[in-house]
Every structure is written in C-alpha cells, then in structure tokens.
Design a protein around this ligand. Sequence first.
Ligand code: HPA
Ligand code: ZN
Length: 345
Amino acid sequence: MIPTSTPTDLVYLSDLLRRMPKAELHIHIEGSLEPELIFSMGQRNGIPLAYPSVAALRQAYVFDNLQSFLDIYHTGTSVLKSEQDFFDMACAYMARAQADNVLHAELFFDLQTHTGHGLSPENVVNGLHRACVEAPTRYGMTAALIMCFLRHLDEQAAFECLEQILPLRDKILGIGLASSEVGHPPEKFARVFARARELGFRLVAHAGEEAPPAYIWSALDVLQVERIDHGVQAMHDAALMQRLVQNQIPLTVCPLSNVKLRVFPTLEQHNLLRMLDAGILATVNSDDPAYFGGYINENFTQTFAALGMTAQHAYRLARNSFAASFIDAPLRQRYMDRLDAVFAA
Ligand code: HPA
Ligand code: ZN
C-alpha cells in the first residue's frame, strides 16, 4: 500500500526511514571493518599496522577518487587471517544491519585479496558462510554471499578464483565485479562471466561508478548481469536510461560512497531522485560503511534530507530493495508484507 500523504515532519520521516524494513544489496564486507576491529584483529593476529592509533587510521579516510580509497581499503584487509576473523567481521556488520532494520543482505567479498595474502579459500568462505547461516537466529535477518572478481587483475586470475570456489559452490549465491573500474571494462571478463553463468551463479557487476555509460551497456550485453552496482553514470545516456527503465534493471546506488569518492561534489547534487523520477529501479546501499561515514540508514536519512525526498520515495526504495534481491518469491512476499505493515500503521 502506497501512502498518500506527504509527511512534512522531518523527524517523522527520519524515524520512518530507520524503522522501515529493507534489504542491503551493495555492501563489501571488507568495507564494514571499523578501525577498532582492524586494530583488535591486527593485535590478535600479530599484524603491525602503519597507523599508530584507531584515530589516526580513521583520519586517513579522506579520498580523492575510487583508487585512493581502494589503496587504504586493501591495507585494512591485511589483518584478516583466520576463519574466525571472517565470521567476526560478518557478524559485526549484521549486528549493525539489524539495528538499521535490514531484513536481508547480499554481501560482497573479494576472495582474491585474501588468497593474495596467503589465506585458503575455505577459511574465507566458510567463515563468511557460517555467519550467513547463523544470521536468522542471531540477527533476525537472512544473508547470502556474492564473490567479486577484482577487475584490476587479469582474466586468468578470475578463472583461477572461480576454479577455487567450485568445492564451495553451494555457499556462494553470485558473482560480481569490483575494484578499479576505469581501464578495466566488463569485456575483459566476458568469458569468465559466461562460465559463471553456466555454473548457475547469479550475476552482478560494478559499472558506471566512475566510468562512462559504455561500461553499463557491456555489463548488461556482454556479461549479462541481472543488477548494476552503482550505475549512476547512466543518466548521461538517454538510450541506456530507457533500457534500464524498460527492463527494470536494478541499480544498487550508494550515495555517501559517491560523495566520499567525489563522483558527485555534494549529496545535494546526487542524481538518485532524478533516477527514481525517470522510472529507474534504484536502491540505497552503504558500499563500504566503515570508510564512507555511515551504514544504510545514514545513507537514507542524509540523502532524503539533501534531496527533499518523501515517504512515498522511502516506500518505493525499500520495496525496490526486496524486488531487486535474489531471495525466493515466498520470502520476498513476507518481507514486503512487513514493509507494508510499517507503512500502513
Ligand atoms: N567500487 C569498486 N570496488 C569496490 C568498491 C567500490 O565502490 N568498494 C569496494 N570495492
Ligand atoms: Zn561497491
């Protein structure tokens, strides 16, 4: 049921945004590692850090673009060593997600980063998967895993990574594409995505975060992904916008990330509202919440305040998050019923 009145009370709207059930579909689990956890895991694993304190590390979180972020983000992952570390990291995120009324999360992880540090694929996947299995009882939510290939590495490395997870196939829902975008177009991974599709993985890809609309076209036409992560550059291409609207291809938009990485100069200039008004199936997500200044509800409340969005937009974005998720139809209906109940009250 779509609410017909527009609440003018910003406190009411902010409360509604926090309370409404939602799904999070664009969260890099390594990007949820808070500086406190980086330090405690570093200590537990005997890994020295280049920063003297939690505060010094947090102060370094100022970025010029995607690459300057990725450099620090990769440093943070160096403290992860054991299966327990991956379990603890995912649990810390899900505790925060539950507080934000996230009912379902699809968690990205970068296996190649961790195998590059000498870890076994089993430690990584089993730790994260155990957290997903325990999510309903521990955190009242469901969760699943999407493994992202690192696009700055080559096709051969992606094939090797796909090979490594075959014994763990049932623990992974989908395959994505992340890391440095410009200069690493989707076409580079055409064959490995085709193989992943044959294996029955759900497919997504980062496209049109910093790179032009051509990257979104090839994510759709060459990789044949079902969702686009970010996709905010689509607005520069009318034909692409028409395609996204007509086929209701979801975009997992991350407003605070886009401002921190200078994709938009300010939140007021973000195109989320314009995309929704154009009929795009957009969702709101946190991307790397420990680095970008907020978890999913912070993304909602700050963006709604900056763009003057309403309860109708809130309902639509929450509904889109369930529509765009990879959950099965009965669970999707149950979650949407819970969303409707909050808006009916
Ligand atoms: N873009 C690409 N790769 C990433 C990101 C992102 O925003 N976050 C973590 N890896
Ligand atoms: Zn991302």
